[in-house]
Design a protein around this ligand. Structure first.
Ligand SMILES: [Zn+2]
Ligand SMILES: [Zn+2]
Length: 492
């Protein structure tokens, strides 16, 4: 969901006026805004009803209702994205908001007005699916009771809405509003800036700097937008702190993320150590033994130690450079060529994010899995299997410390953990997603690498090449964009 929010909100940032005007008559624009607001919630009503009917009709197979619900939510989210992207890209909605009497010209106001339909649409969709969501939570509650695990009560509607708002919207919206404010303030002084440094695109550079600053302080904002608290002192905290020291992973704090007992997951956020947090959900602490929490923690630590966030940022930086190059060239093109180029560029970006990003993301997940296996071994997991790391044989003579030789027991426990987390989150082990391979294939993968050090070496080499390619492309497009912007004029 939050990816949709990021996508739609960045459209508002990127396009103060639509690249193609399909509707410009105020009446039709208002009508389009109303349609975009109401269509996704209407579909959500159908999705919610169908899920409830299926859950009632097949009490022995709650998976059917859950699956239909998950699918339906994907359709709803897709509609949300398409409807509001259409509103922003093909109609005069955003400039229309800027023409609001009195307040329209103030910084931030037009941008905030423009996203109101999107926010209303999301809120209505959540209200529509709440009954289905409550039914799914009731089933989870019964399973937890049956297993003798701790339970948390199902939320009433206001609490459900507030939680979703904080976790799916506000955590994107607040950093975005900061960037929007920076953009509008820079826009106010654009004439003075252009007069001081003609053709040097200083305002674009300022906006880029503001965005980078927001990205760096975002974890501090998220800590308070999400419901979190410090992981209390105790054996788990000691274990994780010890692991952090061994892995040389520096972070500001280990936090418990209160998800109402629904999400079993962990995350690391923050680019720089002084503003980096490790998050572990309440449900994970309740449902998993400490060794398995260590496994999930190891996976998250792998994302940090293998610099995945940095490479994703470089990946995004490449997109930014391409857009910059296009817009710098646009000033020298006629309108039709510009529109054509925009379409081609947008197609390329969709391909880059839709296909390539998913491919890289799945490789990064596997690399983090491998790191998680290493973390388990490093944490002192007792090894009781034939193992290349702890019981080297003639076939596997290694046995020394090496990033590509994995402990079989650790790989086994790690695979088990992945399966547990999937089951607890109600994800079928065979289900794939855009960013993640299926749980069972990930679990098989680490166990295969533990038995085949040569394959592990090949895998690490592939990852090294992927990262090198991202880095070189980023440098090349960065230089090209700098050339297009004629950055050297700033110095002269
Ligand atoms: Zn991951
Ligand atoms: Zn071992």
């Amino acid at each position: 969901m939050f990816l949709i929010v990021i996508g739609v909100l960045s459209l508002v940032l990127a396009f103060p006026s639509p690249p193609y005007r399909w509707l410009s008559d105020p009446g039709y624009v208002m009508l389009a805004a109303a349609a975009a607001t109401l269509l996704p919630p209407m579909v959500a009503v159908l999705v919610g009803r169908r899920a409830v009917v299926l859950l009632d009709a097949h009490p022995d197979h709650p998976g059917r209702g859950q699956y239909a619900f998950g699918r339906g939510m994907m359709v709803t989210q897709f509609l949300l994205a398409v409807c509001h992207a259409t509103l922003f890209l093909l109609t005069d909605w955003v400039p229309f908001c800027g023409r609001t009497p009195v307040v329209g010209g103030w910084p931030l106001v037009s941008g905030l007005l423009a996203i109101v339909p999107f926010l209303v649409s999301i809120l209505l969709a959540w209200i529509a699916v709440y009954p289905a969501d409550r039914a799914v939570r009731h089933i989870a509650l019964e399973t937890h009771l049956f297993r003798g695990r701790p339970i948390q009560p199902v939320w009433p509607l206001p609490k459900y809405l507030l939680f979703n708002l904080r976790h799916q919207v506000l955590f994107v919206l607040i950093p975005m509003v900061l960037i929007l404010a920076a953009r509008d303030v820079i826009g106010l002084y654009e004439r003075q800036i252009d007069a001081r440094w003609p053709n040097a695109h200083v305002s674009d550079l300022l906006l880029g700097t503001a965005a980078a600053l927001v990205a760096i302080i975002a974890p501090l904002i998220l800590r308070y937008v999400w419901v979190t608290q410090r992981l209390p002192d105790g054996p788990l905290r000691d274990r994780l702190t010890r692991l952090c020291r061994k892995l040389r992973l520096r972070c500001r704090e280990i936090l418990v993320w209160r998800s109402g007992g629904m999400i079993v997951n962990a995350a690391v956020m923050g680019l720089v150590a002084p503003l980096r947090y490790v998050l572990i959900t309440d449900a994970m602490i309740e449902q998993l033994p400490d060794a398995k929490i260590e496994a999930v923690f190891g996976h998250e630590a792998g994302h940090v130690k293998r610099h995945h966030i940095l490479f994703f940022l470089l990946f995004a930086f490449i997109s930014g450079c391409l857009v910059t190059i296009l817009s710098a060239r646009a000033q020298r093109l006629d309108r039709l060529t510009y529109q054509l180029l925009t379409v081609v560029g947008a197609g390329l970006l969709v391909l880059k994010w839709g296909v390539l990003f998913g491919w890289i993301s799945r490789r990064f997940e596997r690399q983090a899995d491998v790191f998680g296996v290493r973390t388990l071994a490093l944490g002192g997991l007792p090894c009781d299997m034939p193992c290349a790391l702890h019981h080297p044989t003639d076939g596997n003579p290694a046995g020394r410390e090496s990033p590509t030789i994995l402990c079989s027991t650790a790989a086994h426990v790690f695979g088990d953990t992945l399966n547990d987390v999937a089951l607890l989150n109600g994800i079928p082990p065979e289900a794939r997603s855009w960013r993640h391979s299926s749980i069972s294939s990930r679990s098989r993968f680490v166990q295969k690498l533990a038995h085949d050090p040569a394959a592990a070496r090949r895998f690490e080499r592939t990852l090294y090449r992927v990262k090198l390619a991202i880095l070189l492309t980023a440098v090349a497009t960065g230089l090209w964009a700098a050339y297009e912007l004629q950055i050297w004029r700033l110095l002269g």
